[in-house]
Design a protein around this ligand. Structure first.
Ligand code: GTP
Ligand code: SPV
Ligand code: MN
Length: 596
């Protein structure tokens, strides 16, 4: 589509302004059609960026630049007029300064390239809970991924034509092409020139220099969480880094569960989990983001604003996540996976025989003797949610689904037991606020470092985290006795030999079942300093071959270990500044008292 046909004034002006600044060779407005997707893929193949996978219909492999493999949190900015509004968990630069810096980078940055205008909807098109975004990008890889991850197309353009507002999301890979020069297969800028910037006061996103993941697919973390969380606070709802699933008991009672775990800590896996327990059923609603509003019934209703999954490939197999494996059988995009000799994607943990030869994610020959992994640990698949065999029939219901249970959690090799329940909403907010997890390869930087990641939102909260905690407390007051129950899980506790104590994956259904039965008031619980624990025998472990000492270790709460965490929790909460809600300070005092 020609940009001259755009009727929305704000959009037309913005396209002209960006084109004048970035100076692309041409401007193209996307219509979201299959033809457009195929045409774009065709060009990506011709240019050497995409490899068609002979073994997987309609599927393609991309290899990124080795420097551009994950979100760059150090280069992600939240730009508000006062530093205090961004708080201490965000990198802050004043809007004027940041815009000046970025404008000089954007100047002429699309030379030699096409500027794509991608109109997209987060949430079902036209639903009152949905938001429209328009991403301008010079990356055709971004276009094809946005086609899958969001709802792109003419229907969105019709809404815009009728004057609907949108969130402008500007993206450039930051690699202008000199005339006549051949392009590289993954253009991007050096890390120190990358900026993933958010201006929540004016609902604006500016991203420069990276072509990968949340840095570049701006509907996801940028609009879907950072901008949306700031809107949600202003408007009285929640935008969270959460999976959403429906669990149905053998008696047919439905429970809706929303879970916040940090990046690469198990959301996609839990979202698609199929219970190992007879008679229980799980369906997927979303795997990464939940937008939740209080409905006319006074309950919190969640929608998944995304249209697809951008999932971690390594570790995904028919043993761990068969539903994901079926979801990506065709029409999928793979990034930074390895390539098999017969033309399929491969990654560590996919199971089956180890191939004798592969092309690794850097395009080099790989054999089992190779020292490095064949796939990057943050290799990803992109696939439409509609392809998921257990997608819930209500996943696009504009009313959302009523949430019964919130789960927080993280990756902790020690200290934190398999499951505990918050004493109250306030205590649940304390658990969310103080949750900690070992870092993963979803972020550029060191892996395995323990860090506080409140509500799994540290990298995604679009305002001061103290105000975010207060917002959760306020939402709890509004919800009253209709508030979901809050639990905390850790699938990742290890024994002395470094092996996971808990089998995880489909066996996590046992923990969810306990939660459901707690919600129904069918089971009691045991008080501990950190929260309520399952009574002996209440957690259904039937058919599992766990040794009694392992079960004890898995469920154990060692007061000395928790006491040792207190200085860090105290220092962390103090580091968040003076706006920390009193309720959390008193929760900390109560916790210290309970530890004795
Ligand atoms: P993002 O997409 O980065 O937000 O990650 P995510 O939270 O969706 O994590 P995902 O489900 O993709 O899991 C990340 C890694 O953890 C994968 O390698 C999984 O195989 C592994 N994993 C997920 N669930 C479990 C579990 O229950 N037990 C164990 N041991 N590993 C798990
Ligand atoms: C995450 O890092 O939490 C992801 C992947 O879900 S990204 O698209 O990079 O945000
Ligand atoms: Mn995520």
């Amino acid at each position: 589509m020609d940009s001259a046909a755009v009727k929305n004034r704000k959009l037309g002006d913005w396209i002209a302004e960006v084109a004048a600044m970035c100076r692309p060779d041409s401007v193209y407005v996307c219509d979201g059609s299959k033809e457009e997707y195929d045409r774009m893929i065709g060009k990506l193949i011709a240019g050497g960026s995409a490899t068609p996978l002979r073994k997987r219909a309609g599927s393609y492999l991309f290899r990124s630049d080795p420097s551009d493999v994950a979100r760059v949190e150090d280069r992600t900015f939240l730009s508000t007029s006062s530093k205090d509004a961004a708080g201490y968990t965000n990198n802050w630069i004043a809007p004027d300064e940041l815009k000046t810096t970025m404008k000089s980078l954007y100047e002429g940055c699309m030379k030699g390239r096409t500027m794509f205008v991608i109109p997209f909807s987060m949430g079902p098109i036209g639903s009152p809970i949905s938001k429209i975004g328009v991403e301008i990008s010079d990356s055709p890889y971004v276009v094809v991924n946005m086609h899958i991850m969001t709802r792109v197309g003419l229907k969105v353009m019709e809404l815009l034509d009728r004057g609907e507002d949108f969130v402008p999301c500007l993206h450039s890979v930051g690699a202008p092409l000199a005339q006549g020069r051949k392009d590289v297969s993954w253009p991007c800028a050096p890390i120190e020139r990358r900026y993933i910037s958010h201006f929540p006061e004016e609902n604006l996103v500016w991203s420069y220099g990276s072509g990968y993941a949340g840095n570049a697919l701006l509907g996801k973390k940028s609009l879907g969480l950072r901008i949306a969380s700031a809107m949600a606070r202003r408007e009285g709802w929640l935008a969270e880094h959460m999976l959403v699933l429906r669990m149905t008991s053998p008696e047919g009672r439905q429970y809706h569960i929303a879970g916040a775990f940090p990046s690469a800590c198990g959301k996609t896996n839990l979202a698609m989990m199929q219970p190992s327990l007879d008679g229980w059923k799980c369906e997927c609603i979303g795997d990464d983001i939940a937008w939740m509003k209080i409905g006319p019934d006074g309950r919190l209703h969640a929608i998944n604003p995304e249209n697809g999954f951008f999932g971690v490939a390594p570790g995904t197999s028919y043993a761990t996540n068969p539903i994901a494996m079926d979801t990506i059988r065709e029409n999928a995009i793979f990034t930074n996976c390895a390539l098999t000799d017969d033309g399929d994607a491969w990654w560590e943990g996919i199971n089956g025989d180890l191939p004798a030869h592969l092309i690794d994610w850097k395009g080099r020959d790989w054999t089992p003797d190779s020292k490095e992994d064949a796939a990057h640990p943050n290799a990803r698949f992109t696939a439409a949610a509609a392809q998921c065999p257990v997608i819930c029939k209500d996943w696009e219901n504009p009313e959302g689904v009523p949430i019964d249970i919130f789960i927080f959690g993280g990756r902790r090799g020690s200290v934190v037991p398999l499951v505990h329940e918050a004493f109250s909403w306030e205590h649940g907010v304390f658990l969310g606020a103080t949750s900690a997890s070992e870092t993963t390869s979803a972020i550029i930087g060191a892996v395995g470092n323990l860090r506080r990641d409140p509500f799994a939102m540290k990298p995604f909260c679009g305002y001061n985290i103290c105000d975010y905690f207060q917002h959760w407390l306020t939402m709890g007051e509004r919800l009253g006795d209709k508030a979901p129950k809050i639990f905390y899980v850790n699938w990742f506790r290890k024994n002395e030999d470094g092996k996971f104590l808990w089998p995880g994956f489909s066996e996590n259904s046992r923990v969810l079942k306990w939660m459901c039965e707690r919600v129904d008031g069918k089971l009691g619980a045991r008080k501990s300093p950190i929260g309520l624990l399952p009574l002996e025998g209440d957690l259904d472990l039937s058919g599992l071959t766990l040794s009694p000492p392992d079960v004890r270790e898995l469920m154990s709460v060692d007061a000395a270990e928790w006491k040792a965490e207190i200085p860090d929790i105290e220092a962390y909460l103090t580091s968040l500044g003076s706006r920390l809600p009193e309720t959390l300070k008193s929760q900390l005092r109560d916790f210290i008292e309970r530890l004795g």
